[in-house]
Design a protein around this ligand. Structure first.
Ligand code: PXP
Length: 249
């Protein structure tokens, strides 16, 4: 059996709750520290252009206080590149961003944005930051990501998770096959493969059976589940699900 995928816990929605009342709690750093104590391998946070959840000072505090890798999600804008270079997280995951979206609704347009992304990836790499590209699970996107020169791709699992919410349908099977094929291609090209978006216990278990997946980044479901059982218990159950899935790989 290959190593278990790493679990990156995304703390964005702890900040969403804090910001809803303009209070100082719940603190995303406290959640990150609890997550690490409960077995998270890394922490992810997305500094959006509109600062709707994570804020600049959250990112700085996460970087300062965490003993595990910080994965800084961001759009490939000049502003974010400057903040990332200043912060020097372990990794930056480049994502598309639109103000009107509720969440990151799709993967990067690695085809049209190719030259710009290549420049941004090179700049971050020079600063010692590991770059990952959040992409749709398709051949063209994986190949474009490879030619951009990022060592990591994160496959967007949102379409599959949406389809799975309606059961094991034809569409869900098709979406899963896209993920499986993209993960295989990424490995063939020498890219490290991560996955995330919309994962819950069941989907995290299923996708952990793909041996190429090295890391899952999970936020909304874990933070939601924490309301009922607490964050440590939610993380422990998630890790057990990932372990059960990987045992089938
Ligand atoms: N990975 C990336 C690149 C994302 O943009 C997000 C959402 O911020 C996630 C993973 C986590 O998604 P979710 O919050 O649905 O678990």
């Amino acid at each position: 059996m290959r190593h278990l995928p790493r679990l990156g816990v995304n703390v964005d929605h702890v900040a969403t709750l804090r910001n809803a009342r303009g209070s100082s709690y719940p603190d995303p750093l406290r959640a990150a520290l609890v997550a690490v104590a409960a077995g998270a391998d890394g922490v992810t946070a997305h500094l959006r252009e509109d600062r709707r959840h994570i804020r600049d000072e959250d990112m700085a505090r996460l970087k300062r206080e965490l003993s595990v890798p910080l994965n800084f999600e961001m759009a490939a804008t000049n502003e974010m590149v400057a903040i990332a270079i200043d912060t020097r997280p372990h990794a930056c995951c480049l994502v598309p961003e639109r103000r009107s979206e509720r969440t990151t609704e799709g993967g990067l347009n690695v085809h049209d944005g190719h030259d710009h992304l290549k420049l941004v990836a090179a700049e971050l790499r020079r600063a010692g930051v590991r770059v990952s590209l959040f992409i749709e699970p398709g051949r063209t996107a994986v190949e474009a990501a490879d030619s951009i020169g990022a060592p990591v791709v994160e496959l967007h699992t949102g379409s599959w998770c949406d389809a799975r919410a309606h059961g094991e349908t034809e569409r869900a099977r098709h979406e899963f096959e896209r993920l499986r094929d993209a993960a295989r291609l990424a490995e063939e090209l020498g890219l490290e493969c991560h996955a995330g978006h919309g994962l819950d216990f069941e989907t995290a278990e299923t996708i952990s059976a793909l041996p190429q997946i090295m890391e899952l980044n999970i936020g909304h479901f874990l933070v939601s589940e924490a309301i009922f059982v607490g964050l440590p218990a939610a993380i422990a159950k998630m890790r057990a699900a990932m372990q059960a899935g990987r045992a089938r790989a």
